[in-house]
Design a protein around this ligand. Structure first.
Ligand code: ATP
Ligand code: MG
Length: 437
């Protein structure tokens, strides 16, 4: 036998059995984003490599180690490692920034990064993210953070801490870089090779290095908050005031710098300790220089991205509720080939009325069909065969209680089924309603 081909390392299959969990997150994410005035954007899975070099930054882990780049017909493309660069490119290319500002767009997409696979860290993973372009006000920061928080709450998540920081603007960063360089220069020999090159080019990146030695050295490094210019400092203070006003709890963590180069001023993360080492479920911040860097007019902007796999891991570990799965309303079991036409017609009619109907396509005997109907959780089962065809009447079985109802197989079927379905399938809702009254 030929060797079975398996999926690439660090990728996952989302099977029909699990899709409901994804629908739950995606649906609540879409609804929440829309409540805040965001509309969905869909962008290509791959972009010109240059886009990520110019936005994510050449000294970041993502660009240096994690990009999937392919050369096709002499042109180099990269599978998107994140959604911000492509979204901003699309905003520029489609003239969206010439429309009324702010522009608000959200996305649900897969990202690709060549990382060491482990729990919560994949090579293909999914993000729900959004970008808001045009506002430099801290009110926009509060808005975006509040959206993320609202979504986490609506998903039923608990124990997720919000950490915020400001990493200033190019103006304040100049002095800060000097301080960092002189701090790290003292222990340059101990830094990892990547960080040695970062020391000159982009010393802040050392603060985000995952190597334990660099991490230990970075422990006592100067913090950016001590170097903020007046404008950045005021922006940060106002944001904190707004968050307090919205009763959103946060901790100022001067260690957060974020892994991508385009950030300015506000950066934030939502972190949980419930899913092991990869506990950052959401990361974001302001990137006031990015749009200009990508060839647009200087336009302040900000956004965040949530890792959907990490959100799901957290929801599972906290026992959060997922949407109820829609199961089969009616399973039709023909007793023999002569009843197959009838089964098809009934199913066709009910489906056009919006019901979920199935019938046997395996040529199984009645016993096996009943077993199958049970397995798929069918609410009603209708057995049709010789006698029923002759009399024009059949028994409809309510699976939950075993009760049987007489039902006509002619034009009356749909109406009679509807009456029974309303009475029995929505029984719980009726009971609740009655109780409330
Ligand atoms: P980390 O510090 O965990 O590597 P990051 O800073 O690289 O995260 P971002 O680029 O900000 O992450 O991406 C936003 C979110 O996407 C993260 O907070 C996380 O939830 C998720 N994410 C990032 N990389 C992965 C991955 N390899 N597998 C699964 N989810 C990921
Ligand atoms: Mg990373």
């Amino acid at each position: 036998m030929a060797l079975k081909i398996t999926r690439p390392q660090g990728t996952e299959d989302i099977t029909p059995k699990n899709i409901n969990k994804w629908y739950t997150v995606e649906e609540i994410a879409r609804e929440t984003a829309m409540c805040f005035g965001f509309k969905e954007i869909r962008i290509p899975t791959f972009e010109n490599t240059e886009l990520f070099l110019r936005s994510v930054g050449e000294t970041t882990d993502v660009v240096q180690k994690e990009m999937y780049t392919v050369k096709a017909k002499e042109t180099e493309f990269t599978l998107r490692p994140e959604g911000t660069a492509g979204t901003i490119r699309a905003m520029l290319q489609n003239g969206m920034l010439n429309d009324a500002l702010p522009q608000r767009a959200f996305y649900i997409l897969s990202c690709f990064r060549h990382e060491r696979p482990q729990a919560g860290r994949l090579r293909e993973f999914h993000q729900f993210g959004l970008e808001m372009a045009g506002s430099g006000s801290p009110a926009a920061d509060a808005e975006v953070i509040s959206l993320a928080k609202t979504l986490l709450d609506r998903l039923g998540l608990r124990n997720i801490a919000l950490n915020i920081n400001s990493i200033g603007c190019p103006k304040c960063r100049c002095e800060y870089h000097k301080a960092l360089r002189s701090y790290f220069a003292k222990r340059e020999d101990e830094l990892c090779d990547t960080c040695k090159t970062r020391l000159e080019k982009n010393p802040m990146r050392i603060l985000d290095c995952k190597s334990p030695v660099c991490g230990e050295i970075a422990e006592n490094a100067p913090v950016i908050l001590d170097y903020l210019c007046n404008e950045c400092s005021e922006h940060f203070e106002t944001l904190k005031k707004y968050l307090n006003n919205l009763s959103i709890e946060f901790t100022v963590n001067p260690k957060i710098v974020r892994g991508l180069d385009y950030y300015t001023k506000t950066v934030f993360e939502f972190v949980t300790t419930d899913i092991g080492a990869q506990g950052t479920v959401c990361g974001g911040g302001r990137y006031d220089g990015l749009i200009e860097q990508l060839g647009g007019a200087a336009t302040p902007a900000l956004g965040f991205a949530m890792g959907i796999e990490r959100i799901l891991l957290t929801m599972e570990s906290q026992g959060c509720q997922f949407m109820e799965e829609k199961t089969c309303d009616l399973y039709i079991a023909p007793m023999d080939a002569s009843a197959a036409d009838m089964a098809m017609n009934i199913a066709q009619k009910l489906r056009s009325d919006g019901y979920h109907a199935e019938y046997d396509v395996m040529n199984r005997g009645i016993k096996a069909q009943m077993k199958y109907a049970n397995k798929i959780g069918a609410k009603f089962v209708l057995v049709v065969g010789g006698n029923e065809l002759e009399s024009g009447c059949a028994k409809l079985k309510l699976m939950e209680t075993g009760e049987q109802f007489d039902i006509h197989l002619d034009d009356r079927f749909a109406k009679e089924f509807e009456d029974l379905a309303i009475r029995y399938m929505f029984n719980d809702i009726f009971e609740e309603f009655e109780e409330e009254k």
